[in-house]
Design a protein around this ligand. Structure first.
Ligand code: PLP
Length: 357
């Protein structure tokens, strides 16, 4: 049986969180002299002299209403990378506990664990990039606190089998973090609706991808109230800036534009997949539920270098497990995709002449 109390790090259980001035008083005073802010204002066209809402109340109310969850089931962070780091820090005792990841996958799970001196258990995805469920089950031990599942997965682009993730949620007595950074580009259903059914589920989402707001650094964790309370206890008091909060609120008011962008990206993705398949050096274009495509080529290093020469940068995944020969290409605008395809044509012509492929 999953019991949150059993898996929280001891020092976090005992932690008295920082109590900010706004935590202690958030009423409607006329003069605020409690937070050592600068009452004289800012050297800008508008003032940023006051600390922002530590709990991002307005943002959470809107996201809660749109996702059928309560505001206190949402954590807003400095990117979802903050939520990944918090998961490790809240649940894993350094030098004792471990997290489980399924490579090839997003690199920050491993980096966050390493920063926190937490062991990483790796169970590779299968060759068709699905969970190796039995291997995952047998790798879990009593010190496994968090399993990171990325779906749609970076860098492979596919969604993981929903049924297997649900099975893991049922079987595992620790946290299953389902990273849905790319969910908006997929036809798969989000796991957010499962939060009420699984107290060990944490869903990660971000404003960096479909919302086109990577520069603001805003991401989300959605989970049951008790887990979110732990996030709030451990996070820095003012983790999302005033500018970011205001911009997110404006963006949330423009959902239609986001939906249009998503549709455009999906259209470009499908065109890109079709076009890439025509190149002689392309062995396979993997199907994608994300805003990028993984392409297996005959010579990833040479193509990567050629594109750099053309001032186009893609991600070389040649040295990543199960991704030998692969490049990961983000879907760009139509002119960007046109330039990419033209450059790949030149690369193909050159390789035919020099027989390098
Ligand atoms: C799977 C996955 N999760 C999380 C992130 C980080 O998102 P954020 O910008 O919200 O920190 C990325 C960024 O590339 C990602 O690929």
């Amino acid at each position: 049986m999953f019991d949150l109390e059993n898996i929280i790090r001891e020092n976090i259980k005992r932690l008295t969180p920082y109590s900010s001035a706004r935590d202690e008083y958030n009423g409607a005073a006329q003069i605020f002299l409690d937070a050592n802010e600068n009452s004289f204002g800012s050297p800008l066209e508008r003032d940023y002299n006051r600390y922002p809402d530590p709990l991002q109340t307005e943002i959470k109310e809107i996201i809660a209403a749109r996702n059928g969850v309560a505001p206190n089931e949402i954590f807003v962070g400095n990117g979802s990378d903050e939520a990944i780091d918090l998961l490790v820090r809240i649940f894993c005792e350094p030098s004792r506990d471990n997290v489980l990841i399924c490579p090839p996958t997003y690199g920050m799970y491993e980096v966050s664990a390493n920063i926190n001196d937490v062991e990483i258990k790796c169970v590779n995805l299968t060759t068709d990039f699905q969970l190796d469920f039995d291997e995952v089950k047998s790798a879990i031990d009593q010190n496994t606190k968090v399993i990171f599942i990325c779906s749609p997965n970076n860098p492979t682009g596919n969604s993981l089998d929903r049924f297997e993730i649900l099975k893991l949620l049922k079987d595992f007595n620790g946290i299953v973090a389902v990273d849905e950074a790319y969910i908006h580009f997929s036809t798969e259903k989000s796991f957010v609706s499962e939060i009420k059914n699984y107290p060990n589920l944490v869903v990660l989402q971000t404003f960096s991808k479909a919302w086109g707001l990577a520069g603001l650094r805003v991401g989300l964790a959605l989970a049951n109230e008790k887990t979110i309370e732990l996030f709030n206890r451990v996070k820095p008091p003012y983790n999302v800036s005033q500018i970011a909060q205001e911009a997110i609120l404006r963006a949330l008011g423009n959902q239609t534009a986001v939906e249009e962008t998503i549709a455009k990206i999906i259209r470009e993705r499908e065109k890109l997949i079709e076009n890439l398949n025509d190149f002689s050096f392309v062995e396979k274009v993997y199907p994608s539920d994300a805003n990028f495509v993984l392409v297996k080529t005959t010579n990833a290093d040479a193509i990567y270098r050629f594109l750099i020469g053309e001032k186009i940068v893609v991600r070389n995944r040649n040295n990543v497990e199960l991704c030998a020969g692969c490049l990961r290409v983000t879907v760009g605008t139509p002119p960007e995709m046109e330039r990419l395809l033209q450059s790949l044509k030149s690369c193909e012509t050159k390789s035919e002449k020099t027989q390098i492929s």
